[in-house]
Design a protein around this ligand. Structure first.
Ligand code: UDP
Ligand code: MG
Length: 318
């Protein structure tokens, strides 16, 4: 019995890189000694990617195309892919060539050794600005501190998952999908494979700073309730300070009389407390909004059409 390896590629407006990507990944997949199934998940592309994929599939039945009803975001697109592949192992890879397809054989080797999650870890982040690198580093530090499961650093979605890891992930239907956290949360033996991450070759990253900030917020709120506890501690801390300050005034009035100064301190304290209260309310709001979204229990994505692959078959020479 030959094993089946499924490759899931989320695609959102990648018309420019798709042809190069496709050639590169096919070259790698054809060299693998396993049967392979390649599934493109078209996440509501509007730049001609869909047409390109349809055309490609019509003359090559080794590829499958799953088209979602609109753009649901990469996380949903990956989940959609996981739900539709049958492989004994599943590889997720970006279409923009930032994840080198040439690493796949190494991922497969480690899977053969018995690891369930084999993830690629960036050694360098070529072509990214200083600010982006620094903010990423800060984010990973904060995440490390806050989350209950250790989430590997400098790791994207590029990885191989065993069948049971994919099945485990499929059971987690939360709307706010912080995938890096979910991969770690399911447990199972995991293995890191270092690689040099290239700069995006063509097209543009869809990650603005605003989106990164939201992604970071997602990560923290999905994997830690620590910010909620922060409010309690902040409240306790300011109460103690206020009490000490009050005591100071009492003693000063008793021993030195009271010339009624204090307008500046009054306004500063009021503004400070007002700010603290608003921040805490905001934190509660972030969690409340997520609880609200989860409580609706909506489907993660809808499928427009699904054209499965015929499957790449094992070559006799290998
Ligand atoms: N992607 C997607 N849906 C989206 C955004 C991105 O399927 O809403 C895909 C995109 O086509 C690419 C991968 O996810 O294959 C990574 O996207 P991008 O390069 O924009 O992210 P980055 O590499 O900066 O993390
Ligand atoms: Mg990218």
């Amino acid at each position: 019995m030959t094993e089946l390896l499924s490759v899931v590629v989320p695609v959102y407006n990648e018309r420019e890189v798709l042809p190069t990507f496709h050639d590169r990944i096919l070259a790698v997949l054809e060299s693998l000694p396993v049967s392979v199934q390649l599934l493109y998940v078209d996440d509501g592309s509007s730049d001609g990617s869909s047409e390109w994929l349809a055309e490609k599939q019509s003359d090559d039945d080794r590829i499958g195309v799953l088209r979602l009803s609109r753009n649901f975001g990469k996380e949903a697109a990956m989940s959609a892919g996981f739900d539709h592949v049958e492989g004994d192992a599943v590889v997720v890879i970006d279409a923009d060539l930032q994840d080198p397809p040439e690493l796949i054989p190494t991922l497969v080797e480690h899977w053969r050794e018995g690891y369930d999650v084999v993830y690629a870890t960036r050694e360098s982040r070529e072509g990214e600005q200083w600010l982006k690198r620094q903010s990423a580093a800060l984010f990973y530090r904060v995440m490390d501190r806050l989350s209950d499961v250790p989430i590997p650093r400098d790791t994207g979605d590029f990885r191989l998952l065993s069948r049971r890891a994919v099945d485990a992930l499929a059971k987690l239907r939360e709307q706010h999908r912080y995938m890096k956290g979910l991969y770690a949360w399911i447990g199972y033996p995991q293995k890191a494979v270092p690689y040099a991450r290239d700069a995006r070759s063509l097209g543009r990253s869809k990650w603005s700073y605003w989106r990164l900030w939201n992604h970071a917020l997602e990560g923290i709120t999905s994997f830690s309730a620590a910010p909620l506890k922060l409010a309690t501690w902040l409240g306790l801390f300011t109460s103690v300070l206020a009490f000490a300050y009050g005591l100071f005034f009492l003693l000063r009035t008793l021993f030195l009389g009271n010339p009624v100064p204090g307008y500046p301190s009054l306004i500063v304290i009021m503004l400070f407390l007002g700010g603290v209260q608003l921040v805490c309310l905001g934190i509660i709001g972030e969690y409340l909004a997520r609880t609200y979204n989860e409580s609706k229990g909506r489907q993660l994505y809808f499928v427009m059409d699904y054209r499965p692959s015929g499957g790449l078959h094992r070559r006799e020479t290998l």
